[in-house]
Design a binder for this molecule. Structure first.
Ligand code: HEC
Length: 202
């Protein structure tokens, strides 16, 4: 799957983290997730009820339908709670250069909304110790991507009757990258689009 898994920059450094971790027990494949069956025949030469979608479901199209391959779990702790994100895809989520995933968590308590600090899933590139653009990178300074599972701890104590709303979204490119590339005026690139939202009652 070399077409999607890696892109090396001029320093021969791989700037895409979409390596496939294929397991025999996987229920889905690249094709079943990204080319789901849609209505109608694929050509006029054959007659079938459905065909594999060739628009490629991803972050540009059918992104909300990909959310079903991501599971959320929330566990209450004494001092707060933990959100676990389970990734059923056989690659890391948001592994493309410049991209970022964003988890927004809001606790609804009666008429109040307690908004938690958004959690960003991305890889920060560096040239030595200094942060750099992917094309000049020689190493990774920080990696907060979602691999098979990611746990995030919040320190807000939950009360009985609280409702937690989780929204996992993404920006096609981060605001920082947009500025650096002088693309900040194109809001389509940096607006948050939603992959999945779910709420939990306590
Ligand atoms: C269980 C479902 C699932 C499987 C299997 C899966 N993916 Fe994905 N894929 C996703 C989800 C969800 C995203 C959206 C999050 C992201 O961009 O990382 C995604 C995103 C992508 C993207 C970025 C798309 C974009 O629009 O920018 C590429 C490329 C990709 N997958 C390739 C693959 C390849 C190649 C395979 C097989 C090795 C594969 N995927 C297997 C669910 C899956």
């Amino acid at each position: 799957m070399g077409c999607h898994s890696h892109v090396n920059n001029a320093h021969d450094f791989d700037i895409i983290m979409l390596d496939a971790y294929i397991d025999k027990k996987d229920k889905n494949t690249c094709i079943s997730c990204h080319m789901p069956q849609t209505m109608g025949s694929k050509t006029t030469l054959s007659d079938s009820k459905t065909h594999a979608y060739h628009g490629i479901a991803g972050l540009h199209k059918l992104s909300k339908s990909l959310g079903k391959y991501i599971n959320f779990h929330v566990q209450k702790h004494e001092k707060g709670f933990q959100v676990s994100i389970e990734n059923l895809a056989n690659h890391a989520l948001f592994g493309q250069a410049y991209r970022e995933g964003v988890l927004n968590v809001t606790i609804i308590r009666g008429a109040d909304k307690i908004v938690q600090e958004p959690y960003i899933f991305t890889r920060i590139f560096g040239k030595g110790n200094k942060e750099s653009m992917p094309f000049e990178a020689t190493n990774i300074l920080k990696d907060t991507l979602i691999y098979a599972k990611k746990n995030i701890v919040y320190n807000t104590k939950l009360q009985k009757g609280d409702k937690i709303v989780l929204t996992l979204g993404f920006r096609l490119i981060s605001k920082k990258a947009a500025k650096e590339l002088k693309l900040q005026h194109n809001k389509e690139l940096t607006k948050i689009r939603i992959l999945k939202t779910e709420s939990f009652n306590f």
